[in-house]
Write a new protein. Structure first.
Length: 283
């Protein structure tokens, strides 16, 4: 099959008219095909660009998933997605198929990291209403002007008169201004010699279980697909329909003990597959 692209052609690649509409499970399998092609195409050619662009579009669901963690900033969602795409592109350019790691597992930290850098570098440390963001700018100007004329730090009442707002609004703007700058979580805390290299990140935060669940899903899905039809049916009845082993046995016409053995065997295979996926690749 030949896919024609501007300035050249990509031979033996699937024709994908709308890569961004491909279901995540299909994108996972197709991505492996396209990563193999990316590794052998010459960078800068039309063929290479087609493969790379298709990988980006196919894996946009990863960007939408990561961006969803920041949905509270709804007014910036378009910017968040655009920044997430930068992280996705970096992940594509650095991904090595030979490491036998699922691309989704590799890419999500890149995407989330890029989004977090965006907020760290370009936005307020905490959410502040726009009127207070604007008041902070006026407050800074008034502080500078009055400080130069008075030769001292201006009082709240003096700032309120200069800015033509109430004293309560001045205080509110001063408090809001504290949210404009933040300390990096990676900054060294200092202190005792044994804690000299410690940072704030070592003492706060926790792992997001949603990320772990997402990674486990992408690892587990192909393992489930390799099971035979009967084992997949047993797993569906037990963990989707949530039937008891007795109920499953009655539906399938087998004993509860037989159902127990079959489930144990299927779960054992999945467990072995998960452990094999988590094992570090040979160097």
């Amino acid at each position: 099959m030949t896919t024609t692209v501007e300035g050249g052609a990509c031979n033996d690649l699937p024709v994908l008219e709308a890569p961004h509409e491909i279901a995540p499970q299909d994108a996972r399998a197709l991505s492996k095909v396209f990563f193999r092609e990316l590794a052998v195409r010459e960078e800068g050619t039309a063929e290479y660009q087609y493969v790379r662009n298709t990988l980006i579009e196919m894996n946009m669901s990863l960007v939408r998933y990561a961006a969803g963690r920041f949905r509270a900033r709804g007014d910036e969602m378009e910017d968040i997605v655009q920044v997430g795409i930068v992280g996705l592109i970096k992940a594509i350019d650095r991904f090595d198929l030979s490491r036998e790691v699922e691309f989704a597992t590799f890419a999500v930290p890149y995407i989330v990291g890029e989004i977090k850098r965006f907020f760290r570098d370009t936005t307020w440390a905490v959410h502040v209403p726009r009127r207070l963001q604007e008041a902070r700018v006026e407050l800074a100007k008034a502080n500078e002007d009055l400080g130069s004329r008075l030769g001292r730090a201006p009082r709240v009442a003096e700032l309120a008169e200069a800015m033509n707002i109430s004293e309560e609004e001045v205080v509110e703007a001063q408090i809001a201004a504290n949210g404009y700058h933040s300390t990096s979580l990676d900054a060294a805390l200092g202190g005792d010699e044994e804690d000299a290299d410690a940072s704030l990140a070592d003492f706060i935060g926790e792992e997001d279980p949603a990320i772990e669940l997402f990674e486990d899903f992408h690892t587990l899905a192909p393992l489930v697909e390799r099971l035979d039809e009967r084992d997949r049916l047993l797993l569906h009845l037990r963990f989707v329909e949530e039937l008891t082993q007795s109920e499953i046995g009655a539906r399938l016409g087998v004993s509860q003990m037989h159902v127990s053995r079959l489930l144990a065997r299927a779960l054992g295979r999945l467990r072995e597959g998960m452990l094999a996926e988590d094992a570090p690749a040979a160097g």
